[in-house]
Design a protein around this ligand. Sequence first.
Ligand SMILES: [Zn+2]
Ligand SMILES: [Zn+2]
Length: 184
Amino acid sequence: MSEAIRDQAHALLDRAERLGRGEVKRLARALDGEGSLPLREAVVAEARRRGVELPDEAAGWQGKRLLRLARGHEEAARVRTNPIMRDEAFTCLHCGAEVPPMGHTARDHCPHCLRSLHVDVVPGDRANPCGGLMDPVGVELAGERVTIHYRCRACGEQHRNKALLDGAQPDTWRAIVALSKGEG
Ligand SMILES: [Zn+2]
Ligand SMILES: [Zn+2]
């Protein structure tokens, strides 16, 4: 798939997510023209990357139907408000630390280097196919709550995760302080 087509699909979906139904109809015409199958395939791929489940034959659908379903990302994410929180042991891909499960909530980052993986749509659901390594880029302190800001190396998406300050293996305070000084 060419990069230009992928960018075009990306832009189409971004617009479709913001538009009302009538406007989507107009936008969808770009998907129904002669020779637009590669673009429809790119839209299906991009929608899947954003967490929307579409069958393979979706690339053959009418543009209007395809865009309506492809833009369902937000709705789909909202339905999963009570995901099964998966709490698993893992080996950190950045620093190699063996990280045990938390026991009471889903652990989403390494307590040593604070790196995370882009695997969730809703925290703990492991439904995001991106899988990129997420770097901590900043930290926010509000009372006793510490929030770590992340950016995905693979897709650039930004996220926030709560720092884990207690439990069997809390986040290393030194790493949080370093991050707050911009040394993360
Ligand atoms: Zn690590
Ligand atoms: Zn990502």
